[in-house]
Design a protein around this ligand. Structure first.
Ligand SMILES: [Ca+2]
Ligand SMILES: [Ca+2]
Length: 354
């Protein structure tokens, strides 16, 4: 009887694991194959050697790029190199990125930048918020940009128990923001178990010096976050839910769910065109290939433009699709006029005229 019970239990466990595995592979888009769709005259951006995970652009064409992310379980081609913030002036004829100097007193050796967000203050001061993972922990670093000097002055490091695993942020004031947590757990084994089991425990948190609160939850893997140009709506990419969630933002910085847009790909960071309001999403068409990074079977890239997200029928356009032969693991796509910048966690970004 003991053996029969053990066999029955083993059978149930095997069935559950099998069911979870199938569901996990579906969430990862593991069987998706790609038909490349390229844009003419794109070139890889020289001077970005260890990744271009997130990009944000000022109205004057200065693009800020976070480079050198090391993320648990993900391939890194320069595991010992510290991260950096690069600046590229898109108004120049042949823009080349330069590293921004960071003021003394900031712990540069362990700089591991992830999502970023710019905020222009009332006095035209430019603030750069950077998600950082020193020793694989999560902090948000607040910098002030000094253009004359191509430098960042470090203002403060923000740590909070509600910000344990931050992926991306969108600034809403000179020292306040919404942030996504991409995992509930922080320990590597548990965070992978969380993904495998398909728990939807990740969230969005509002932070200000006076108040910190969870404002949305129920995501498999909350990733990119951004806001409509009028500041009324907040967009959140759920990477493993393959969705973009739209929330209405209120004066007290709470969020009300408004709608969801189902995609057939894994959306990472979201950018918003300040003139058209279109959302540009850097996407991973096959999450399994991204995770495994097999040089013989490279992860691909996909860039989507979403027009009219609030309308009855949003228009989703595949702008760029690559099987990985040119760019792998696209994490962001952002536009400045007729320039499209595509970033990736692994290597150089791509600059395409639209
Ligand atoms: Ca961002
Ligand atoms: Ca991200």
């Amino acid at each position: 009887m003991g053996k029969l019970l053990a066999l029955a239990l083993a059978g149930i466990v095997a069935a559950l694991v099998g069911e979870r595995l199938v569901a996990f592979r579906n969430r990862m888009c593991a069987s998706r194959e790609l038909k490349p769709k390229r844009l003419p005259n794109c070139h890889l951006i020289k001077g970005i050697e260890v990744g271009s995970e997130d990009i944000d652009i000022l109205p004057n064409g200065l693009a800020f790029i976070s480079s050198g992310l090391k993320y648990p379980g993900m391939q890194s081609f320069a595991p010992d190199k510290r991260g950096e913030i690069l600046l590229m002036d898109l108004k120049e004829e042949n823009p080349r990125p330069v590293e921004l100097r960071i003021s003394r007193g900031f712990e540069l050796a362990s700089f591991n930048p992830h999502g970023i967000s710019l905020y222009v203050g009332e006095d035209d001061a430019v603030y750069l918020f950077v998600v950082n993972h020193p020793q694989y922990k999560s902090t948000v670093e607040l910098f002030k940009f000094v253009e004359d000097d191509n430098s960042l002055v470090h203002l403060k490091t923000i740590k909070h128990e509600l910000l344990p695993s931050v992926n991306d942020i969108v600034a809403v004031g000179p020292d306040s923001f919404f942030a996504t947590n991409d995992h509930y757990f922080t320990e590597t084994f548990l965070l992978y178990l969380e993904m495998f089991l398909g728990l939807t425990w990740t969230n969005v948190v509002y932070y200000s010096p006076k108040e910190v609160k969870e404002v949305a939850t129920g995501f498999y893997f909350a990733n990119g976050i951004n806001m409509s140009p009028d500041g009324r709506y907040v967009y959140v990419a759920d990477l493993l839910g393959q969705k973009i969630h739209v929330f209405e933002k209120h004066a007290n910085f709470t969020l009300t769910p408004l709608k969801e847009l189902q995609l057939d790909t894994l959306p990472d960071n979201l950018s918003v065109d300040p003139y058209t309001g279109d959302i540009w999403a850097g996407c991973h068409p096959n999450g399994m290939k991204l995770l495994l990074y097999d040089p013989g079977n490279l992860p691909g890239s996909e860039v989507l433009r979403i027009q009219g997200i609030l309308s009855q029928k949003p228009v989703v356009t595949q702008v760029y699709v690559d099987d990985g032969s040119i760019i792998q693991g696209t994490s962001v796509a952002t536009v400045y006029g007729k320039d499209l910048l595509i970033g990736t966690v692994f290597h150089r970004g791509l600059h395409c005229p639209l």
